[in-house]
Design a protein around this ligand. Sequence first.
Ligand SMILES: Nc1ncnc2c1ncn2[C@@H]1O[C@H](COP(=O)(O)OP(=O)(O)OP(=O)(O)O)[C@@H](O)[C@H]1O
Length: 286
Amino acid sequence: MTTYVSVEGIARRYGPTTIFEDVWFGVARGEFVCLVGHSGCGKTTILNILAGLETPDEGAVIVDGTEISGPSLDRAVIFQGHALMPWMTAAGNVAFALSCRHRDWSRGKCDAAAREALRRVGLTHAADRKPAELSGGMKQRVGIARALALNPKMLLMDEPFSALDALTRGSLQDEVARLVTETQQTAFMITHDVDEAILLADRILLMSNGPGARIAEVVVNTLPKPRTRATLHHMPGYHALRDHVLDFLITRSKAFDAKAPPPGWSPRGVPEVTPAVAEPPPLAAE
Ligand SMILES: Nc1ncnc2c1ncn2[C@@H]1O[C@H](COP(=O)(O)OP(=O)(O)OP(=O)(O)O)[C@@H](O)[C@H]1O
């Protein structure tokens, strides 16, 4: 896989406080990368830097060979809140984004493409409703439809399901897993939910606690796709993977010290681990 995004030594500082520094990683074309870490370590800042909404205090982000200098419709963001325009219908919201992306498209073409995008997320029936007439999950679906309709080169998601109830969250996670696998979408997502990361990610970046946070470890998720929430925990390797990420969050994220790093760690050579292969396959059913 070719590297699409290259994050090269970025840092964020506020006065004397370094939130994170020396952060290096890449995202390959078609890859789904999740960033996991405790509150305050700088995850949203990193996503905003990738989106071009913030500039790093040091380092650079190279996308497709060019350093980014601001936001682009090539990198669509799905936020925690859905950020829909309340006076427009669901279809209107998606069509508006499409008309910004494709200045030469007619109103009819934008509307048809918007309705197709809403169909893909199961919202055909709600296309003509305004956000106030939609549930939280439906609104978030509109946000997802809008981002996917733009056919971005990269999808950036900041805890897109965290404000939803557990049932809605689960079904949307499955939908996003299906859609990104189908479309081979390159994606970068922040989550606090370990199962969500295991469901969606090809690689999980584990960030140590701030201040002075770093990418401490990269976990390679070898569980086969397609994955669904219903089958995930039966997959051989799932428990080893989950325990590894949880152990990091509970103990190693605090203990990590970039001045006395674990053997084999360097900012540009963060160790990749593959916990799932360490777990023997379950015994065959009698
Ligand atoms: N204007 C500011 N001045 C000082 N510190 C700031 C400012 N803005 C953000 N920070 C700090 O930067 C750090 C990183 O914030 P960020 O939102 O990126 O963290 P996060 O890992 O995404 O957190 P969460 O998981 O809670 O969303 C936080 O510790 C925050 O307190």
